[in-house]
Ligand binder design. Structure first.
Ligand code: AMP
Ligand code: TRP
Length: 344
């Protein structure tokens, strides 16, 4: 196996209602990785249209996710920030991967089952094929490390399976075309920290989600201080006081979720949170959590609003990122064409 240059790739869908789960599970970690890796952060608009998007909202949502990246501290000069549809090689490689991936693999994807629900016949073909596009996103840059929330783990495993099968199916052609064995790396998921799965504030058994009908279920990155305070005050809890030890959170999903959010925002462990608040009432803890949340999010949401007021600046960032990404993507796609046997 070749030693691949290390490269981080991740994506966020521009489907509106960017929330605290996106921030803690993904964006905050994107920021941390910048000092150690070359990073590419993509606003995945091709993924978004696997379910219907209003065209006017879609444009705004692409700019909103870009603003969140920048406001959170992603350096679009040193790293690459762009929207997926600008680089046609994503869709091109996805087609090749549609022909590598097996129906049986995609049939097992739980996200498709959840999103398609009971009416599978009416789901778009794109929603079904989505994980092959995700594999293409990463592998068109030969990405090696992929920071995501826990819900994307299965998709990452599928990306590895696709990379492996491509490497096997075309092994002879890969070497005949002068590439080292294992043309594609097997990308590694980076799913770490106390907030890889932030749960709904209304129901500790469901993840915090952009599409939850109840706005009280999530903290949006567009919420102001009053909204954040209200949502945390109304967050569901149980009647027991907070435990003193982490194992006391077992079976208490809502409590565990709020402690996890606090830990992630304060960059401390869940045990450290309980050392401070264990034995106390939820109301005291909730007040502290609301203050912390407002304190951490206000600079980011404020900066997002400022950036969103100037869409032309955001569009320039995306154009520059798209150009730089395109150079890398074309290189891989040309090699793939040679390997597969296309004439170019
Ligand atoms: P999406 O909104 O589906 O495009 O997700 C963008 C990123 O946020 C992905 O890495 C997800 O895994 C992550 N993410 C989404 N929801 C949550 C959540 N409730 N908790 C933690 N991470 C999340
Ligand atoms: N599927 C991811 C999500 O819904 C978004 C995504 C698309 C992604 N392509 C990616 C994440 C590539 C990591 C790498 O959250």
């Amino acid at each position: 196996m070749t030693a691949f240059a290390q490269r981080v790739f991740s994506g966020v869908q521009p489907t509106g209602n960017l929330h605290l789960g996106n921030y803690l599970g993904a964006i905050q970690r994107f920021v941390e990785l910048q000092s150690r890796y070359d990073c590419m952060y993509c606003v995945v608009d091709l993924h978004a249209i696997t379910v219907w998007q209003d065209p006017v909202d879609l444009k705004n949502n692409i700019r909103e996710v870009t603003a969140a990246f920048l406001a959170a501290g992603i350096d679009a000069g040193r790293h690459i920030v762009f929207n997926q549809s600008r680089v046609p090689e994503h869709a091109e490689l996805a087609w090749v991967f549609n022909c590598v991936a097996r129906m049986g693999w995609l049939n097992r994807m739980t996200q498709f089952k959840e999103k398609a629900g009971k009416d599978r016949e009416n789901a778009s073909v794109g929603l079904f094929a989505y994980p092959a596009l995700m594999a293409a996103d990463i592998l068109v840059y030969r990405g090696t490390h992929v920071p995501v929330g826990d819900d994307q783990k299965q998709h990452l495993e599928l990306s590895r399976d696709i990379a492996q099968k491509f490497n096997n199916d075309f092994a002879a052609s890969i070497t005949a075309n002068g590439h080292a064995d294992g043309f594609f790396p097997l990308p590694e998921p980076l799913i770490t920290g106390p907030a890889t799965r932030v749960m709904s504030l209304r129901d500790g058994s469901r993840k915090m989600s952009k599409s939850d009908a109840s706005d009280l279920s999530r903290i949006n990155l567009s919420d102001d201080a009053d909204q954040i305070a209200t949502k945390i005050r109304k967050a569901r809890t149980d009647p027991e006081p907070l435990p003193g030890e982490v194992k006391g959170l077992e079976g208490r999903r809502e409590a565990e979720n709020l402690v996890g959010i606090y830990a992630a925002l304060a960059a401390v462990s869940a045990q450290q949170v309980l050392d401070e608040y264990g034995g106390g009432q939820f109301s005291t803890f909730k007040t502290a959590l609301a203050d912390l949340c407002i304190d951490k999010l206000a600079p980011i949401t404020g900066e997002m609003r400022r950036l969103q007021a100037d869409p032309s600046h955001i569009d320039k960032v995306l154009a520059s990122g798209g150009e730089r990404a395109g150079v890398l993507a074309r290189e891989t796609m040309n090699a793939v064409k040679d390997i597969v046997g296309f004439i170019r």
